[in-house]
Design a protein around this ligand. Sequence first.
Ligand SMILES: NC(=O)c1ccc[n+]([C@@H]2O[C@H](COP(=O)([O-])OP(=O)(O)OC[C@H]3O[C@@H](n4cnc5c(N)ncnc54)[C@H](O)[C@@H]3O)[C@@H](O)[C@H]2O)c1
Length: 316
Amino acid sequence: MRVLITGSSGQIGTNLGVALVSAGHEVAGVDVRPNSWSGAFPTHLADLTTNAHPGLGELGGVKVGPVDAIVHLAAHAKVHALVERPRGAFENHAMVTNALEFARINAVPIILASSREVYGNLGRREEPVSEAEADFRASPSPYAAMKLAGEALASSYFRCYGLPFSITRFSNVYGRYDDDLLRLERAIWVFNEQIRTGKPVTVFGAEKTLDFTYIDDAIDGLVRCLHRLVDGDPAITASTFNLAHGIGHSLLGVVKLIAETRNLPADIRVEPSRPGEVTWYVADISHARAALGYNPQTPVTTGVPRAIVEAMTRGS
Ligand SMILES: NC(=O)c1ccc[n+]([C@@H]2O[C@H](COP(=O)([O-])OP(=O)(O)OC[C@H]3O[C@@H](n4cnc5c(N)ncnc54)[C@H](O)[C@@H]3O)[C@@H](O)[C@H]2O)c1
């Protein structure tokens, strides 16, 4: 199959593109930036917030040709950055709108990347969070609000135009093609850099517990979803999936894992969580297990050391 990936120069996009090409599929990438990680597939440079109307085989004013599906990943992906600049969240929604229009005009199924942020701050509890618990009234940030708006728009396209779609809600994906700190500060790599350089490690939220997802697990779930959506599986169409590991891990624990792997001390300073941040999340992944055969393999205690060792061999 031939797949259009938006946001193809980012972490999930690059890993997805490389995985699809390795499996014998063709990939057309679209991103506002060239891909600095891989040359496995072509990248069409386009700003997807543009008003250039999608056409037949055309998105963001560039020709991408016919495709069998679109995976829409392009976004400003940092939650706190969009608390400071909420217009970025509206830009995210403009990109979703353009991606959905491309899917409608070209009559191809679409996967939209969403986030565990849509659940807001549910507070610490025993039960994991299931897909039905998202509620726009609990939106903790402009990023989350616009993710929910994108999900709602996809539902409306399904009802108005019969457009097949799936939503994949990711949670703290880490592990490969994600340590470009100058572009995007992801917690694990910020901690790694602070520990490596002997600087104080600032953790926002002493109790913060999140569901960290190793990249290969996230990509496995996404590819499973893509195949079933393209095959027209009714259990997948218009369905939403938590793609996470399904186990919570404290941010402080992650810092300790990084320090142990590097065999260096961590001078930890704890600050309160910042506005808009989710402080507890553990995903219920039973829907993805049942419908996709999703079965994440890599717990944080294996995945974080693996990611750090790989980074150390690259000199970071
Ligand atoms: N990685 C995670 O932990 C995680 C968690 C929850 C949700 N998500 C969602 O998954 C998707 C992919 O995340 P990621 O971690 O790969 O992010 P990323 O930042 O690595 O990749 C996003 C890509 O979108 C591109 N982009 C931004 N603005 C654009 C524009 N105007 N036009 C074209 N491209 C543009 C960026 O250049 C970037 O390459 C995003 O929608 C994100 O919100 C990711």
